[in-house]
Every structure is written in structure tokens, then in C-alpha cells.
Design a binder for this molecule. Structure first.
Ligand SMILES: Cc1cc2nc3c(=O)[nH]c(=O)nc-3n(C[C@H](O)[C@H](O)[C@H](O)COP(=O)(O)OP(=O)(O)OC[C@H]3O[C@@H](n4cnc5c(N)ncnc54)[C@H](O)[C@@H]3O)c2cc1C
Length: 426
């Protein structure tokens, strides 16, 4: 029996446990995960890029708070591999039309960004901006780059180091962990059991009292937090709870910077103090994430329409997805990569909500806190999502963010949700 059970040792579960312990130091907390260590789910499969450049106020606050918190850790000497290399959007006419409203809203909100002359981008990165006359570009409906938008308060970090940070802090604060422990079911029972078979009945006041696991039953006196990421939906549906999010497969491919030109692209100067290319988004959402330590690029794209919501275990890389889904765009704008074949890669899942905002709520006053739906931006928002989940678990209406600002917990809930349409989705 613990006060709080946190299911899932990904970024959301770790941050929730961390802030629970911070706000309620005497609480006993157990974090349960089926993996052999923390971060073994999608947190460890992330591209771990971050930005606070969102038009939905809740998204923006979650990300800016988390980035501020991570920056504090980095500055205290614990290296999270955090590099503010920036985000660079390369826009053809079609993508410019798509982000226009987002940029207008960014202006209104005062979010800083700058336009960069596409020719300068071509010179610094070695990308091709004029694709007029390219048969491949025409076939794929890709246009010349007419604008480039650079967001400087953004970058990349090392998700494994982030996990290590929380894990070390939690262990030294006395939080317990149960790894290799698979949750099989959630235990739903009446607050006042009568010992009648078939309990709880609809007239009884029921709660989620704990979990049945591969290692036996574990109970929570106060709350159970489901921070199960892509597994939230399948676990919660068994007790009739809506996770409001669904899993969808995502893939990342590794390409070596195997030529002088590609080395020069990786180490592009003029964008940031590190002399590293920014996290770069080509038209149609294909991204190139520099990984300087491996002298490599990570490339990926989010495929939405047509990709089913399902959990694939274990998720496999699809070679065709690279050659047919990514390569046509990549080779149009980065001809040097046309012949590059991935040296590796991995697949995972996003757990996606309809509006792209994480979900934190307590259904049916059940003592169960649902904390999932990070929709592909769980690293950059993770710490703040943990703050909201911990605050809700403690019965607070507001969560204090790293900036000192506070956010109503209902903004991530089902009622009172800050469901403004996000205009800067990647
Ligand atoms: C390819 C890819 C690229 C991404 N890129 C970015 C990015 O650039 N920036 C960004 O911010 N985010 C990115 N993300 C998203 C980010 O990784 C996720 O939003 C985040 O990791 C979700 O964290 P989580 O704690 O909710 O889930 P997870 O990290 O998946 O944690 C859930 C945990 O629950 C455990 N679990 C599941 N079922 C059970 C069970 N039955 N019993 C016990 N334990 C269980 C799992 O083992 C897992 O450890 C990316 C994701 C992917 C897949």
C-alpha cells in the first residue's frame, strides 16, 4: 500500500512523481513500469526536439515552463544535452499559406521568430531552394522555398539524460520503483466494500484502488496516476475510462553525414552559437534533426490521414515509408541525401488527442488521474504536464509552473479544456 501509484516511468510519470513528492514530501509513492528501467517506452524513442512556439495558450505555457525547468537543470551543471540550436521552417507557397495564420497569432502573442532569406539558407545549409523545373518536385507538388522562419528559443536535448535526472532525484527523495512489473488490470472497488460478489454496483461509491500486476497486487490509499502514454487507451478502456487519446505509429531514420557537403550541413554556421544546423522542417513536414555526436541526421515525418490508430508491439520500421514517404521530399531539397540509405532508425508511437493538447483529468471522481495524450510533444511539455497531474492528484485547482505563473488544471481536463485550435502543428 502506497499513497500514490504512478503507472509508467516515462517523462510524464517521472515528472508527475517528482512534483507530487515536491508538493507532498511525506507521501509514499511507487512508480510501476513493465520495462527494465525508466524511459523505456516512447520517451526513449523521441527525437527530443523542443520549442515553445505554439499558438494554443496551454501548449505554449506547458512547453515554455518545461523548457525553463530543463534549462535550470542544464545550468546547474547536470548536462541534459540541451542545445538551443533553433527550429527552422522552410516554406514553399503551400506551406506558407498553412502557417500564415499561425505566424499572425504568434505576432499577436509576441512569440519571437525571424524571417531568413531563403538564399542565405541555401548558402549556409546547402539546401536547394529553387526547385523550378525539377520533375520530381512537380510530381510531388513541391514548390521552391519562398520563405524561411527561424525560432531561436528552441532546440534539442538528450531524453535519456532527462530521464536520468528525474530518476536520480526521485530515488534520493525516497520514491520507490517497481520495474519489470506489468500492470494487468486496474482494481475498481467500492470505498465501503460489503463483501457481495459482483461489487461495485452502480449505486456504490467506487474508486480505482490499485492495480493487479505480474508481481501481485499493489494498492494506493490516495490516487493512481495512469501515465501510460501510448498504452493508456488500451489499459483504461478495460474499466470504461476514456483516455481521450489514441496511439499512432511514428518512425525516425538515421542518415550518416557521410560526405563533406553533409558534414558542412550538419555543422552549418550562422544559425546559433553551437555551429550546428537548426532542427529543420522541409515542406510537407519532413524534418531533419541534427545529431552531431553521431555525425548523423535523424529524419522523420508525421503521417496522419491513412495511418491507423493502433498499437504495434514492437513497432517496426517500414523501409517503404522512408523510400516513398520521406525520400522524395528529402532528395528534392537536399540532393546530397538523394542516394543516402538509412543506417538505422526506430519506431514508436505518439498518443494523440483530437486537439493536440495533453489530457489530465480524473474521471468519475474515481481517484484515478489520467495523464496522457502528449501528442508527439511530450518531452518539450513533460515537466509541466507532471506539474498539472500532481496538482490534480493533490486536489488543487491550479498548477504552479516553472515560470511562477499558474495554470488552471482544468485547461488539460475534459471540461473547461483549453481546446483552441493549434495553428503551429508540425
Ligand atoms: C518517433 C518519435 C519522435 C518523437 N519526437 C519528439 C520530439 O521531437 N519532441 C517531443 O517533445 N516529443 C517527441 N515525441 C513524443 C514523446 O516521446 C512522447 O510524447 C513522450 O515520450 C510520452 O511520454 P509518456 O511518459 O506519456 O509515455 P512513455 O514514455 O511511453 O511512458 C509510458 C510508460 O508506460 C509503460 N507501460 C505501458 N504499459 C504498461 C503496463 N501495462 N504496465 C506497466 N507499465 C506499462 C511503458 O513501458 C512506458 O515506459 C516523439 C515520439 C516518437 C515516438
Amino acid at each position: 500500500m502506497y499513497d500514490y501509484l504512478v503507472l509508467g516511468a516515462g517523462i510524464v510519470g517521472l515528472a508527475t512523481a517528482y512534483h507530487l513528492k515536491r508538493l507532498d514530501p511525506d507521501a509514499s509513492i511507487l512508480v510501476v513500469d513493465k520495462g527494465s528501467g525508466p524511459g523505456s517506452g516512447d520517451t526513449g524513442r523521441s527525437a527530443a526536439a523542443f520549442r515553445a512556439f505554439f499558438t494554443n495558450r496551454a501548449n505554449m505555457l506547458l512547453a515554455s515552463s518545461s523548457i525553463r525547468f530543463y534549462r535550470g537543470i542544464q545550468e546547474s551543471g547536470f548536462d541534459l544535452g540541451m542545445r538551443f540550436i533553433g527550429y527552422l521552417w522552410l516554406l514553399d507557397e503551400r506551406s506558407r499559406r498553412r502557417v500564415e495564420a499561425g505566424l499572425r497569432e504568434a505576432d499577436r502573442l509576441g512569440l519571437p521568430y525571424e524571417h531568413v532569406d531563403p538564399d542565405l539558407v541555401a548558402e549556409r545549409l546547402g539546401v536547394r531552394v529553387d526547385v523550378e523545373g525539377s520533375e520530381e518536385a512537380e510530381l510531388a507538388g513541391l514548390g521552391s522555398i519562398v520563405d524561411a522562419v527561424l525560432v531561436k528559443e528552441a532546440g534539442i536535448l538528450d531524453p535519456d539524460r532527462l530521464v536520468e535526472y528525474y530518476y536520480e532525484k526521485l530515488v534520493s527523495a525516497g520514491v520507490h520503483f517497481a520495474f519489470n512489473t506489468e500492470v494487468e488490470t486496474l482494481i475498481v472497488e467500492p470505498r465501503r466494500p460489503l463483501g457481495i460478489e459482483g461489487e461495485p454496483f452502480p449505486w456504490q461509491d467506487a474508486r480505482v484502488a490499485g492495480v493487479k500486476t505480474s508481481q501481485g497486487e499493489i494498492r494506493a490509499a490516495k490516487k493512481v496516476v495512469a501515465a501510460l502514454g501510448a498504452w493508456c487507451e488500451s489499459m483504461l478502456r478495460t474499466i470504461g475510462v476514456d483516455a481521450v487519446s489514441k496511439p499512432k505509429k511514428r518512425q525516425v531514420f538515421t542518415l550518416r553525414a557521410a560526405s563533406e557537403k553533409l558534414e558542412a550541413m550538419l555543422n552549418a554556421r550562422g544559425f546559433n552559437e553551437y555551429g550546428i544546423m537548426p532542427f529543420t522542417l522541409l515542406p510537407r513536414g519532413v524534418y531533419i534533426r541534427p545529431e552531431p555526436r553521431e555525425r548523423a541526421f535523424w529524419v522523420g515525418v508525421s503521417d496522419d490521414l491513412g495511418r491507423p490508430f493502433e498499437l504495434e508491439e514492437p513497432p517496426a520500421l517500414e523501409e517503404n515509408f522512408y523510400t516513398l514517404g520521406i525520400l522524395p521530399v528529402l532528395s528534392t531539397y537536399v540532393p546530397e541525401l538523394a542516394g543516402a540509405y538509412p543506417s538505422g532508425g526506430w519506431a514508436g508511437h505518439y498518443d494523440i488527442t483530437p486537439d493536440g493538447l495533453p489530457v489530465v483529468y480524473e474521471p468519475y471522481e474515481s481517484d484515478l488521474i489520467v495523464a496522457c495524450g502528449t501528442s508527439g510533444s511530450g518531452i518539450m511539455k513533460g515537466d509541466a504536464v507532471g506539474r498539472v497531474a500532481a496538482s490534480l492528484a493533490l486536489g488543487m485547482d491550479e498548477a504552479e509552473l516553472a515560470s511562477g505563473l499558474s495554470m488552471p488544471v482544468r485547461w488539460l481536463g475534459v471540461q473547461g479544456r483549453m481546446a483552441e485550435r493549434e495553428l503551429l502543428i508540425i
